[in-house]
Design a protein around this ligand. Structure first.
Ligand SMILES: C[S@@+](CC[C@H](N)C(=O)[O-])C[C@H]1O[C@@H](n2cnc3c(N)ncnc32)[C@H](O)[C@@H]1O
Length: 286
């Protein structure tokens, strides 16, 4: 991440959720009526009719299929989080960005200990935007426990414990759009913390497929992320996920690849491509 600046990709992911919300109902795969309210003024302008289709074309040219993947990922994770929630005591968003689950499902933070962990620069920006748009968010963010951590440099477990996280309580961790920006060591450190959570805990995350991202077609995408100050560092092949998570005491409940997400959620006549190099994973502490 660029020093002193909030995550650029976090705003991009929120913009995609806003775009999807504005899509015609028969094509829409995810609805997030709070996403728009968390965008910067410049990004909100880009969502105006007449402008947003140009933005979609530009993004599709630079990062083909990323819009469809990001929208489908949000739906997939949301469905599994809601299914897991009745049997957990805590929810921990790791690298929460401008996620709005706290507002879309306020009952979660009312009933459960609800943590949002993020890099301090992104977290401050989110809190400022929520404070400015209190007329939209009301008091829904008041129950969220923010935890500022730089995964690359700080100890996640220590920071979580300081903020009241209980390792003996069943937890659902959501790690959406984050692992790819961390180096392998930081990914492993994070999984070690998740692997120590109470049996019955869940992990919902996504990753980029190594063999896809190493192909020359992705050179441009890799350069774009680098330019944004959020270079792609961690990738993994789907067949290696089971062994990798297993090292941290986590079993794979479900692993879905981009094209399967398209089959699951998109209307047959929807012409959108989906990025083939993305996977979503549901892991569980056995
Ligand atoms: C693509 S955004 C994803 C945000 C959100 N989870 C979503 O799906 O919309 C990446 C997130 O990872 C966070 N992040 C990246 N590097 C980080 C680091 N070293 N420490 C803490 N957070 C980091 C950013 O602040 C940002 O919120």
């Amino acid at each position: 991440m660029r020093p002193g600046r909030p995550s650029y990709t976090a705003e991009g992911a929120a913009a995609i959720r806003a775009l999807e919300t504005l899509a015609p109902a028969h094509f829409r795969v995810f609805e997030d009526r709070y996403a728009l309210a968390l965008l910067s003024t410049a990004r909100r302008i880009r969502m105006l009719p007449g402008i947003r289709h140009l933005i979609v074309r530009m993004v599709e040219r630079k990062l083909p299929g990323v819009i469809a993947f990001t929208a489908a990922r949000a739906r997939w994770i949301d469905e599994r989080l809601l299914a897991a929630a009745p049997a957990v005591d805590q929810i921990v968003f790791l690298g929460a960005g401008y996620d709005t689950t706290f507002a879309r499902h306020p009952e979660l933070a009312e009933r459960l200990a609800y943590f949002e962990v993020d890099h301090p620069d992104t977290q401050i920006s989110k809190m400022e935007r929520i404070a400015r748009r209190r007329h939209v968010f009301g008091e829904t963010f008041d129950r969220v426990r923010p935890v500022a951590v730089d995964f690359q440099r700080e100890d996640l477990e220590t920071r979580l414990l300081e903020e009241g996280y209980r390792p003996d309580a069943r937890t659902c961790f959501v790690w959406s759009g984050v692992a790819m920006y961390l180096d392998r060591e930081a990914v492993e450190r994070t999984l070690r913390v998740i692997g120590k959570a109470a049996p019955g805990s869940h992990l919902l995350f996504d990753a980029l497929v190594k063999r896809e991202f190493e192909r020359s077609e992705y050179a441009r995408a890799r350069a774009i992320f680098q330019k944004w100050g959020e270079a792609i560092r961690f990738t993994i092949d789907p067949e290696d996920v089971k062994e990798f998570l297993g090292r941290f005491g986590l079993e794979v409940v479900d692993l879905t690849e981009g094209p399967a997400l398209r089959e699951m959620y998109f209307a047959k006549e929807d012409p959108r491509r989906i990025q083939p190099g993305g996977i979503v994973v549901h892991g569980r502490r056995g």
